[in-house]
Every structure is written in C-alpha cells, then in structure tokens.
Design a protein around this ligand. Sequence first.
Ligand SMILES: Cc1ncc(COP(=O)(O)O)c(C=O)c1O
Length: 359
Amino acid sequence: MHKKLFIPGPTEVAPEVLAKLATPMIGHRSKDASKLQREISEKLQKVMFTKNPIILSTSSGSGLMEGSIRSLTAKRAIVFSVGAFGNRWFKMAEANNVAADKCESEWGHPTTPEMVEKYLSTGKYDVMTVTHNETSTGVMNPVEEIAEVKKKYPDVLWLLDAVSSLGGAKIEVDKLGVDVCIASTQKALALPPGMAVASVSPRALEHGKQVKHRGWYLDILEIYKYVETKDFQYSATPSLPHMFAMHYQLDRILAEGMENRFKRHREMAEFMRAWAKKHFALFPEEQHASVTLTTITNTRNISVKALNDELGKLWMQISNGYGDLKEKTFRIAHMGELTMNDVREVTSAIETILPTLKA
Ligand SMILES: Cc1ncc(COP(=O)(O)O)c(C=O)c1O
C-alpha cells in the first residue's frame, strides 16, 4: 500500500514501469546503449511534435533550465515569469553571470503576447524563457498566442519550461517555434524523478557556439555532441535505469494516443475546476488554468496540513500551496497516470473530511 500522489511531482508510476528500473545494466558506450537512446529520442519527438534532436540529462529539469540559459545566452536573456519556477530561471541566470532581465506577471496571471512584444521589440535580447505550466500558481501560459508575436523575432531563441506539462498537454514544438523544450521525468510523463529531457533546435546549437563559458556537464552543445558524433550516446554515464523505464513508458504513452491523453487530462482539469469553484475558489484566472494541476484558493481558511493528514489516513496526498502561497492555497495534480476515477476519489474524500476540520 502506498499513498496515491495527487501532488505535482513525483507522480504515480505504473508498477510495470517501476519494474523496468531493475533491468540489468548495459555498458553506456555499447551499441545497445546507442539503440536505447536513439529509440527514446524518436519516441520523444512524437510526444513533442518536433523533428529537432532530443537530449537527455541525468539531472532533474532544473539542470537543463540552468544549462540552457547559461550555454545559449550570448547577449541578454529576458525571463518571463508567472511564479516560483519562472523566478528560478532568473536566479539561475544571475548565479551564472548571464545578463538577464525579468518580466514578472502578477501571480495567477499569464505572460501575455503584449509583454513579449514589449520586451523583444527592444532588440536587447537573444534568448527568452517562458514557463509553459507554472506549478506554483496553476497557470498555463497561452503559448500559441505568444508564438504569434515571437515569430516576428526569429533571431531570439525561445526556451520553454514544459517540466510539469509535457505528456499531459499538447506542445507542438515545431509549430510554435520553440528552440529548447524542457521536461522532467517525474510529472506528466509519469516516471520516477532523476532525469530530464529536451528538444534542441539546430539554430540553438549554432547560436551557443558564441558563448565562451558554457560549463561542461550541463552544456547543451556538449551533451548534443555525443548524440551527433557518438551515435546517440551521453556525455557522461547516464541513469540507465531511467532510460529503460522511459523507453517502456513512452510506448505506453504513444499506445494511449496523444490526443486521448490530452483529452483525459482536459476532462480531469474541467472536473477539478468545477469542484474548486463549488467548494472554494480557483487561484488562477480561469481561462489560463492549467490542465495538469489545479491551484485552489483556501477561501474556507481550513488547515491544509490537517486536510492532508486526514487524506494520508486514506492513502492519498495532495500539495499545500507553494512558498508564500502555503495554507493560502492548495494544489491537486491530475497528471500522468491519474484518471477521472482518481480525481473523483480524492475530491469525495475531501468533501467527507471538510466538515470535520476546524475553520
Ligand atoms: C514548472 C516547473 N519548472 C521547473 C521545475 C523544476 O523541476 P525539477 O524539480 O525537475 O528540477 C518544476 C518542479 O516542480 C516545475 O514544476
């Protein structure tokens, strides 16, 4: 028995996927390792709707966020932030001595095409970062609208944090014109934490050559060099257990069908939003609410901790609000392996617990 996770990562992992972690090891410089990574790349290209090459990183998603802003910014980056994870990207720029500015939306609100236009039209930037799905506020940014503006500025690289949405929401990397699309394994891809993946455009790889100090382990160009010249291998020793599990899980994802998967996530999100509005209130602007998690304003002033303790007795776990939003909001994730039955189960459990909680 384990607690069913309604937290925005790590998420539930299917038992047969967990079993793949125990596959006997292979040499990471073998032909089998090349085949493993090549096949993972081909499957991820389908999940990301891209022909761009794929890189893997034996780090969580933050590793590729830091690696990309550091190794690809030659001039100045503009970081569009809608919450904690957008702010993290700005901190990473500062910590790596990368010139950057931040445009932060009021929490609960999106990055707008107007904001993007305002900053890119200055001509000051060669990189922009956007959070697709902000896991603190539960905002999903309007990337299609942002893409329309971005197309006017083809010289600017677009780095997209899709850490908590890839595999649950449609992100058409090539159609949008995203140069680097980053995701972690432990969210909507429903794998254990410990690896990150990204698509990288050829122009991003070319642009990065201008950056002198790109680091090494997380240098996007260095990681890609092994894909290109060593037949889909990895620059250091990768987490092979994750790769075995990912290879298998991507088959499961593609067998469900991407459109079916997106529909399942949309249905859960619609159910959760209606429930949140009936019993509490939605934290983000509704038209920009995430499809992979719902951030709920604690209008009843309940103890979220006490609620979670009670849910724990029923073998379920949700998330408190992030950072300053702790106890003011709480978050219910509905991504990866979860289904309508699961969201019905957790919400009806909460309804049973609510009257027992002191306001
Ligand atoms: C939107 C978003 N970006 C980045 C991260 C950081 O990812 P990781 O914890 O895999 O480094 C997270 C983690 O929760 C996230 O939700």
